[in-house]
Design a protein around this ligand. Sequence first.
Ligand SMILES: Cc1ncc(COP(=O)(O)O)c(C=O)c1O
Length: 368
Amino acid sequence: MTKPDLRPCLQVIKPYQPGKPVEEVERELGLTNVIKMASNENPLGPSSLAVKAMQRHAGKMHFYPDGNCFYLKKALAEKLKISPESLVFGNGSDEILSFLSLAYVHSEEETLMVAPSFSEYIFASQLMGGVPRRIPLVGDNFDYDLEAVLNEVNEKTRIVFICSPNNPTGTIVLKKQLDHFVNSLPEKVLLVLDHAYLEYATDPNHPSGLDYIEKGYPVIALRTFSKIYGLAGLRIGYGITTPEIAGDLNRVREPFNVNAMAQAAALAALEDDEHLENSRRIVNEGRRQINEGLAEMGLKPVPDQANFFFADIKTDSRKAFQALLEKGVIVRTGDIFDLPTYIRVTYGTAEQNERFLLALKDVLAEVR
Ligand SMILES: Cc1ncc(COP(=O)(O)O)c(C=O)c1O
């Protein structure tokens, strides 16, 4: 047969590189007891209430899910004191990023984001032929320079992505900075506040964005059940926005995009404040432990407000990654963010953090 000529679209898009799953590393390297600190998952697992809800619902999986996520919408709307029409659900908040592109980015139009930041903004921008433009974060602590972002807004700009706490740096924007930014953006530009790690931010000046939405600004705040709620495997996230924007996104949403198990688990997880508190506590304790351990190695992570840290290990992080992998510890390398001497590591349990620190100490002695 001659070689098919399918003329594929979107060749500009680079496939997403996920963190390596534990099973893959164990299979390939013949290891057991591998720990994954690469994808900012919750080391405590899901809430026990969510697990019980999934068990209760397992026998009902022959039914299609509720495409409108009625009960979850109602519960979240009550919790957040917003109208249910302001909510849109996705198969992970990743899916909402695609909805945004489908709904708003026309070919050749532009999106703005900082660098380094979450790679899916580039994917979402390119999905409909848009052009992503990146503005660097500034200084050793990777601070947001929103004036620099504003300077890049032009006639073609459709979306600005602000991730706070930012993946991979863990840094945040402050309410005062953002108030000025929101008021300065032209009305035709949508502001996406990616709040995947919102629940970990302890700074009282970190903005929720809900007041902008209430006042009718073109803003969407994205949240997820994948991180603090520990439900990444189920794929469920949501956007909080104006009913008009939610309506636009609902047009491009597939009818049953959020599965029934995810809806049941998320609804139960919302009730479990104790799980949330424990999840925050383990991160705060982990941060102290890791900061002390890294300081002993002469390393200093970027100050973060998330469940992970980003640190310059002053050596090729690809080599360090491989050596850590061989010791059963999976982390993320900085080269995917164009920072090849950095690693991003999710805070784990005290035992996992200790294993990481011991492994890193050995690895740095080997590779430096
Ligand atoms: C900043 C940020 N936004 C969104 C996501 C996607 O989350 P979800 O699992 O809800 O698709 C991630 C996942 O790592 C993330 O880091």
